[in-house]
Ligand binder design. Structure first.
Ligand SMILES: CC(C)(COP(=O)(O)OP(=O)(O)OC[C@H]1O[C@@H](n2cnc3c(N)ncnc32)[C@H](O)[C@@H]1OP(=O)(O)O)[C@@H](O)C(=O)NCCC(=O)NCCS
Length: 177
């Protein structure tokens, strides 16, 4: 039944699956970019606690959708909500979008992205942005989704300085996601 996927809102029971994808996809994506020690130190348990904390909190302002493979369980997710730090008047932020490598390139990223953007528009947000490492090929995906590079900054991950780009989308409500 390969290829049977659904995209749906996450529940607290998804916390372990989201945590697994989060850590595994970080390791697949950032090996060679982010220091190895930092990637090795990532923990399924800590990520699970973090996501469960949000999903179980009725006042959580975040939004989390999972991509579920009918045989494998959670294989990807998208999350976001209020900006973690303000940026240029954008009212919402996509915090994270991750798919396991073997499930990339089949349209699931677009599905997750459009679901999230549509949800932000439905909640009355006119705009959204996200941060991505400059070295991450996902910059090309965000450009394909209509994002415009609006800012850059330097961050430190595991003791290494890295360049990040912010991509922004305006007029969310006008686009008919
Ligand atoms: C980035 C990511 C979410 C994209 O999802 P995906 O399922 O691989 O992408 P899709 O198959 O939905 O592609 C949608 C479109 O974007 C294009 N695209 C996808 N990745 C691209 C890339 N790196 N560069 C340029 N275009 C890209 C596809 O060709 C497709 O184009 P089309 O409209 O002509 O068909 C996914 O590859 C991923 O999880 N990567 C690893 C984790 C990561 O880097 N996350 C972002 C952290 S900021």
């Amino acid at each position: 039944m390969e290829g049977e996927n659904v995209i749906r809102p996450a529940t607290p029971a998804d916390a372990p699956g989201v945590a697994r994808v989060h850590v595994d996809s970080w390791r697949e994506t950032y090996r060679g970019i982010v220091p190895e020690d930092f990637l090795n130190s990532l923990s399924y348990g800590r990520r699970e606690q973090m996501w469960r904390g949000g999903l179980e909190n009725p006042n959580w302002q975040g939004v989390l959708f999972v991509a579920e493979d009918l045989l494998e369980g959670v294989v990807g997710f998208v999350a976001g909500g209020p900006p973690q730090e303000p940026l240029g008047g954008f009212t919402s932020e996509l915090w994270a979008i991750y798919l396991l490598q073997k499930h990339q390139g089949k349209g699931l990223g677009r599905g997750l992205f459009l679901k999230f953007a549509g949800e932000m528009a439905a909640r009355g947000h006119a705009s959204m942005f996200l941060w991505v490492l400059a070295e991450n090929p996902a910059t090309g995906f965000y450009e394909r989704m209509g994002g415009v590079r609006v800012r850059e900054r330097e961050i430190e991950v595991g003791g290494k300085k890295l360049l990040e780009y912010a991509y922004g989308w305006r007029d969310l409500g006008m686009r008919g996601w």
